[in-house]
Design a protein around this ligand. Sequence first.
Ligand code: MN
Ligand code: MN
Length: 467
Amino acid sequence: MKKELTEGQKLAEEILMQNKNGALTMDAAELAKADAFAEDYKRFLDASKTEREAVKVAVALAEEKGFVPFEAGVKYPSGAKVYAVNREKALILAVVGSQPIEEGVRLSAAHIDSPRLDLKPRPLYEDSELALFKTHYYGGIKKYQWTTIPLALHGVVVKRDGSKITITVGENPNDPAFCITDLLPHLADDQMKRTLEEGIKGEELNILIGSRPFCDDEVSKKVKLNIMKILSEKYGITEADLLSAELEAVPAFSARDIGFDRSMVGAYGQDDRVCAYTALRATLDCESPKQTLVTVLADKEETGSHGNTGMQSAFLRYFISDLAAPYGVAGRTVLSHTTCLSADVNAAFDPTFADVSERQNASYLNYGVVITKYTGAWGKSGTSDASAEYAGAIRSILDRHHVIWQTGELGKVDQGGGGTVAAYIADLNVDVIDLGVPVLSMHAPFEVTSKIDIYMAYRAFTAFSVD
Ligand code: MN
Ligand code: MN
């Protein structure tokens, strides 16, 4: 027999915030959908370990759904699906809505670059008959995490004649992989006295790439020569060609289910490809939006969104202007009526490191997609703080579409913080709020997310696009 609720219980249900683990409120069919979605997501992660690869995969998926390259000057009819690629590293997709463009667009912006190790312009050297690559890390990393794990190399080399070689080595089980060595504990007395920050220093992130010499006593760096000979035979490149290259060392392992219950996904690069993929899928699945839907997959977020492929560039602004011009509408008119989800991850509460969070305002695994009203650090510095009005509008969309969501702050006050592309989009006179998936071990070579939260991010972007 069901016990009747007391007056206090009824009142609490009515006026207090009820947050629950998503697994307790989703039915079996919806949980199965979340699990199935994660299978597609893992495949996307494995095929998209760099921004260039993410663009390539996203364009292929978009073309399957009927998206065509955007052409400036064309007056697209409602229902048209277009995409624009920026230098192979950033992508904008749009689905033209039935409402006039001057009423603004529904914008989602995620980033497809992730922390990694870039090769220096002159990476190759030999020391003590070992060949190594010098690296310069990209984005905020804990350097010690990147030693003694298998690494793969992804990227492009542009030769003097302008031809471009694409390199991916270390992903196929038959490929060789690479790694960064660390000191054995037996001899690490001095190293162990360093701070964790200095445990492995930037200039110690040298990737081991070979050890066998070229047999000729007349040359001095025989191992280096032998490695360059292999590269030259395989890719037709010389040492100087590495100067005009973008080669990124990333973890060589693939995405996995985590936990006996398979409730989580462990993989490299989930910040922010988890939001990129969920926003992309929502866009591809959107057939006839009311407001025009625009989805940006940006590069360079991890280094501050600078550069011509980052969110601080004019790429989005120009695209919106070009999209609006054939209707006789100014880009700024569109932007001024635009609403945006800045799609980025938040730090999930980690019980092992509980004291960096404030429990009431932290985000939790399995509690759904996270709304982050503001980011920043030290008194909200550098943040785009979403207005109460806009936060209210988004909250209402999510509730209307039964999306499981929570709020999150990036760590407790004065603990640190971070930023997203939200601030740069707000600069365009756009209403914007951060929304994304909570992540454990963010920026580590192996990050963890929950399948429920991933699916709820997809549901949130879908709700935003069709509402
Ligand atoms: Mn991010
Ligand atoms: Mn990040």
